[in-house]
Every structure is written in C-alpha cells, then in structure tokens.
Design a protein around this ligand. Structure first.
Ligand code: ZN
Length: 247
C-alpha cells in the first residue's frame, strides 16, 4: 500500500513536471500553422447540414445575401468529406407572415410583433414552387440524403431547421438525426446570422456537438445581427471553425 501511494505520488509529480515543461515549451511551437492543420476527420456519426443555398438568397435573388454565392465552392468541397449530408430549403406559402408585403405599411427589414414574438419582415422570398426557392444547381451534393423544408406554415416563420419561430413547432429534423445515431452536426450556408445560427443553436439545444463553418457561410447583418449571432452561438457552446480544419 505505501508503495502504491508513493508510485502514485511520483506519477503525479511527473505529470506536474511534464505539464510545466509543456507550458514553457508551448509558446515556441504555437504558430499560426497549427490553426490551419486539419484536425477534424468526419466520421460516420457526423452530419453536414447545408442551409438554404437557394436562388433567392444568392446574388440577383429576392433576398440576396452579400457574396452568398461564395459559400458554394467550400460547401461542395466539404460535402465530399462527409458521408452524410442534409440540405435545408426555406419554403414559404404565398403571403407568408414573414413577408413585409403581408403587413400594410411595413417595408422589408422593418420589425413587427407577432403572436410568438419579434419578427424581422423580409421581401417576398422562397415561395413554394418558385425558381427563387430552388436550391442552386451549382450545389453539387448528389449524395445528400434528406432535404428538409421549413417555413411552410403561413403564420410561423422558421429560421431554424429544427424548430419554427414559435419555438414549439418541430420540423422533425431532431428525431431524424437522433434516430440515425448522429452525434456531431456541422452547419454551413445562408445566412450566418439567421438560418445558420438558429439551426446551430437548436442543434446544441438538442444535445449535438455543433460546429459552424465560417467560410462556408455568409451573413445578412441587419441591425448588428451578425455579431449578435456569433455571440449567442459562442455562449451556447457552438464551435466556430473554418473548412481548413476538416480533413
Ligand atoms: Zn424565409
């Protein structure tokens, strides 16, 4: 017994000493290259969720996200590294409650108060069956396994691919991902501060380890929404990464 105790003590002392050495050595080896080294290798229980890469959110579209088309190349490249991919598609009824045109006297990007809370009012976009609602032909992910549509209830918006803006109505994505045994959720697409952020936050809330791929996403940034979204995601434990870290 005394022997075991002393050996534990020695081991602890060694670990402490080793940690001390590492702490001293670390600054010399901490180079920017380390941040670029691939460190995440997608596994069979990882899912890549590609959010709303639809014509209306791309340059020339009804609710174009600045440089939105620049997400397509990184997303296509990333998708090749994931065995499992889900696409989301904003899919509104004509006259949807999130459209400014449905509220007399309101303009796009005004705020209004709806039954479930504050709502940004948007230009008409992603109307069911319209060309603007189509996922861009440039998105080349033939192995995507599910397209989940959201925002199809006329009186409720849905930024999140998991839960609508009333925070009660579920899309079914959580059940689908859990039933299939996925553990980590990687999110990219449009727009960072709305559908990407809300999807990532709900993925965290549902218990998934969650990553947002910054260079695979672009934001709208209305009234400070982009900074607020990154802050909220950080506080919720969503990890902010670039595609360079994915092997
Ligand atoms: Zn929408």
């Amino acid at each position: 017994m005394p022997d075991e105790e002393s050996s534990l003590t020695r081991r602890e002392a060694f670990q402490t000493a080793a940690a001390g050495v590492l702490a001293v050595a670390a600054p010399a080896t901490a180079t920017p290259a380390r941040a670029q080294a691939p460190s995440i290798k997608p596994a069979d229980d990882d899912i890549f969720v590609v959010v709303d890469v639809q014509y209306d959110f791309l340059p020339g579209g009804a609710l174009a996200v600045k440089d939105g088309d620049q997400v397509i190349a990184p997303i296509n490249a990333l998708a090749k590294r994931f065995a499992h991919v889900v696409l989301t598609q904003d899919w509104h009824t004509p006259g949807h409650i999130s459209f400014a045109s449905a509220h007399g006297g309101k303009k796009p990007f005004d705020m209004t108060r709806l039954e479930y809370g504050d709502q940004v009012l948007w230009p008409d976009h992603c109307v069911q069956g319209s060309r603007g609602a189509m996922i861009s032909d440039e998105v080349q992910i033939p192995h995507a396994q599910l397209v989940i549509r959201k925002g199809y209830n006329r009186t409720i918006d849905s930024y999140s691919a998991f839960k609508e803006a009333d925070r009660k109505t579920k899309t079914g994505l959580e059940g689908y991902l859990k039933e299939r045994g996925f553990k980590r959720v990687f999110v990219a697409g449009l727009a960072t501060d709305f559908c990407v952020a809300w999807t990532a936050l709900d993925a965290r809330e549902a218990g998934f380890e969650t990553f947002v791929i910054e260079d695979g996403s672009r934001g709208i940034n209305t009234m400070g929404s982009l900074d607020a979204a990154w802050r909220n995601m950080g506080q919720a434990g969503v990890r902010r990464i670039t595609s360079a870290v994915i092997a």
